[in-house]
Design a protein around this ligand. Structure first.
Ligand code: SF4
Ligand code: SF4
Length: 250
């Protein structure tokens, strides 16, 4: 194996400073009823965790929670086959066995990734848009804690310094989002690294417009209580005992 760009020890240091809760609410309770009782981001049918091999080395030295992911169909085989030689796909034992300190960087960050603007600046966080219809957080960005944003930004500042290729990957991903969202005439929601919410309007050339999370769209089953109840029933899921403020409220 070629020399890792970030060593297991450096990953351990990043883990130590990247522990803040994304939100006060347990968001897994919102999405799991739509996904056979499992939080969407903890289920490889929805999201396959991809890590640097050195990160997997670190995890294997600390826990038996993680093992190598075995593709189950053509789509997952394609994902695994297209990984770079530094990366590998892994799977954990499941949400019931989660170990907080042994979550990957991908687990800690989901559904967010570092957004890099056209000029090549890492200016804040936006989300993996493939999950708009499944992740409750994406429709409720007002719940994201400031401490989480600070820690994720610091973690990725460090990762990008150690691994310029990771920066290029996120820069490319951000450019793809701009193309896709422009075509669909959708705004890109952004949590700025220095605080505050912004929207990037399609065709604006990347201009940041200050806004509140109320300006962001809600998606799929998270658009309304009625849509959520319908979707949970269609998925054969179980609704939480009726909460006072409604099923979708934080
Ligand atoms: S981050 Fe999104 S997908 Fe993951 S548990 Fe929370 S709501 Fe579900
Ligand atoms: S380690 Fe925890 S957060 Fe990460 S995929 Fe497994 S159950 Fe989910």
């Amino acid at each position: 194996m070629s020399k890792p760009r970030i060593t297991p020890r450096q990953f351990a240091e990043i883990y130590k400073r990247y522990n803040a809760n994304l939100a006060k609410v347990d968001c897994g309770r919102k999405c799991a009823p739509l996904n056979k009782g499992q939080p969407v981001c903890c289920d490889t049918d929805n999201a396959i965790p991809v890590v640097e091999k050195a990160e997997f080395e670190l995890l294997k030295s600390r826990t038996d929670l993680w093992f190598k992911y075995k593709p189950t169909d053509a789509a997952s085989r394609k994902i695994v086959n297209e990984l770079t030689s530094h990366a590998c796909a892994i799977e954990c034992k499941g949400a019931a066995f989660c170990e907080r300190d042994n979550r990957t960087i991908a687990c800690r960050s989901f559904p967010f990734y570092p957004y890099v603007d056209k000029a090549g600046n890492f200016i804040g966080l936006t989300y993996y848009w493939d999950f708009e219809d499944r992740c409750w957080i994406i429709s409720n960005m007002q719940v994201v804690e400031r401490a989480f944003v600070d820690e994720m930004v610091a973690a990725f500042d460090r990762i990008f310094k150690l691994d310029p290729e990771e920066f290029e990957t996120m820069k490319d991903h951000s450019a793809t989002m701009r193309r896709v969202f422009s075509r669909k005439k959708k705004i890109i929601p952004l949590i700025h690294r220095d605080g505050g919410y912004f929207k990037i309007k399609p065709g604006s050339g990347g201009v940041l417009t200050p806004c509140t999370p109320d300006d962001f769209n809600k998606f799929g089953p998270y658009k309304s209580e009625a849509a959520y109840i319908r979707a949970v029933k269609a998925a054969g899921g179980k609704l939480d005992p009726a909460p006072k403020k409604g099923y979708l409220a934080p």
